[in-house]
Design a protein. Sequence first.
Length: 221
Amino acid sequence: MDFESIRAWFTLENIMNLIQEYRSLGPLPGILLTVLEAFLPFLPLFLFVMANASAFGLWLGFLYSWLGACIGALLVFLLVRKYGQKRLLAFLLRHPKIYRLMDWVEQNGFGPLFLMLCFPFTPSAVVNIVAGLSRLSVAQYILAVGIGKMVMIFTISFIGYDIHSLITQPYRTIIVLVIIFILWYVGKRIEVRLNKSTGKKHYREVKQFFEQEKRRRYGEE
């Protein structure tokens, strides 16, 4: 089974059938799916959250999705912080936008991280890795992830709670589409602002820092 076949399998119907099939395990399947998405970002978190809300109800579905997303994000953060510094250094040097993002997070702390995690279209895998490589404290990260994911997960849960009404009541569909567009637009504006906030001078400074860090780390071996 190739990559595209795996992605194609993850439809809302298949995910809901999977949750129902393992209903005897309680909330575990719903939680594990959202944990798994943190490690495999090509998986559709949006559909996992909607399926949980539809299967368990708005509040329980939201809770299970939120717990799984937070646990997964924290695991990625801790693994990167403990084992990924040296391995990801070369990758960062090839992608200036990534380490500009890391520097932005370090300089501003909780605020930008919280904002990025509020929006479902933010590449959360990148955010988790960048936060793990930064000097952001674990407490700051947990706070930002907990609150940011809460906003994002509840928004998606509300959409997925009663999918049938989105078909029978067109005005609700319009409201949902407007909300999705607003979230997407605000996320893009944050990205634009990030790109504008750092220029070539900043690029050279950060690159120099990483080159020095690379020499220091490999010199210690």
